[in-house]
Ligand binder design. Structure first.
Ligand SMILES: Nc1ncnc2c1ncn2[C@@H]1O[C@H](COP(=O)(O)OP(=O)(O)OC[C@H]2O[C@H](OP(=O)(O)O)[C@H](O)[C@@H]2O)[C@@H](O)[C@H]1O
Length: 273
């Protein structure tokens, strides 16, 4: 683990049942460790440190999720939980027509929980993480992003320098794979600041909705332009240093509706076991 410190993940990673039990419940910890100096927490623009070399940061080419996923998904289905049932496609249901079987809501999204390492995703996957608006990927999974994707980190810092937190909050930045960096990086700006100055859980969740909508639309646009986008994978955004239980962020994503045929409808939420 490349992060300098661990952060509380207030969700359960392995079981939809436990995820449901945790839903809406209080976070296990309300005081995540501070990870920036008081000076840094006061800053509106973080200093830009030179990026180190990628070292041997390139993630694996294989995706070790598959086997475990199948087991998890099957057991979830056996428990009568996810996958999410299709939403009604119309208010006025007509009798079943074999030529036109009922379809899922074409505007909605499904978030599938998986156990594994986010960075072990297939090439050209989009990896999503929550960001502050100050240009800092100093801790938690953000520090791993900084190490693995130095070009994306620089683009994120430049983006944060070009806009104020009030302009960035609730938006997203989609960064294509740079040479030697095999994944897209999806930054969702869910809190203006970090540490003790982070936004409230309510504000973080509101920003998560619009930022994820923005990101998914950007992914749809990239696909329309012929760019190669494999899977869309997210970590349990907001569940560590931002201290918002994952099921709440997951629900915010699943409640989105976007009317765009090119937007990917399935998001894998990957968490370490
Ligand atoms: N390899 C891996 N694969 C899969 N899941 C992994 C993983 N490694 C860790 N996780 C999990 O990933 C979740 C997110 O937890 P995090 O605490 O990182 O992020 P967050 O979204 O709550 O908070 C954002 C602020 O954290 C940073 O802080 P800085 O201000 O830069 O210092 C940012 O820049 C923001 O400001 C937790 O469930 C971790 O268990």
């Amino acid at each position: 683990m490349a992060s300098k410190r661990t952060a509380p993940d207030t969700s359960n990673n392995r079981s939809m049942k436990q995820t449901k039990l945790n839903f809406g419940g209080p976070p296990k910890s309300t005081a995540p460790p501070r990870h920036h100096s008081p000076e840094a927490e006061k800053m509106d623009q973080t200093e830009v440190k030179p990026n180190g070399p990628p070292e041997d940061a390139s993630p694996e080419n294989t995706d070790p999720l598959q086997e475990e996923d199948t087991v998890d998904m099957e057991s979830d289905i056996a428990k009568g939980m996810k996958p999410k049932p299709p939403r009604p496609s119309s208010q006025n249901q007509t009798p079943a027509d074999p030529a036109n079987p009922p379809t899922e809501n074409s505007k909605g999204f499904t978030v599938i929980d998986k156990v594994g390492d986010l960075f072990a995703a297939p090439p050209n996957s989009v990896l999503i993480h929550a960001c502050n608006c100050l240009g800092s990927w100093a801790a938690g999974i953000a520090a791993q992003f900084k190490k693995n994707y130095p070009t994306a980190y620089k683009a994120y810092v430049d983006h944060c320098k070009s806009l104020r937190p009030n302009q960035l909050i609730g938006t997203a930045l989609l960064l294509p794979p740079a040479p030697g960096e095999k994944h897209w990086v999806g930054c969702v700006f869910t809190s203006k600041r970090f540490g003790r100055a982070k936004d409230s859980p309510e504000m973080i969740l509101a920003a998560t909705k619009t930022a994820m909508e923005d990101l998914l639309k950007q992914i749809g646009k990239a696909k329309r332009e012929g760019k190669e986008v494999a899977e869309v994978r997210t970590c349990h955004i907001n569940a560590g240093l931002f201290n918002v239980p994952w099921p709440k962020s997951k629900k915010a994503i699943e409640e989105l509706e976007i009317d765009d045929a090119d937007v990917p409808r399935e998001i894998m939420a990957v968490a370490l076991g």
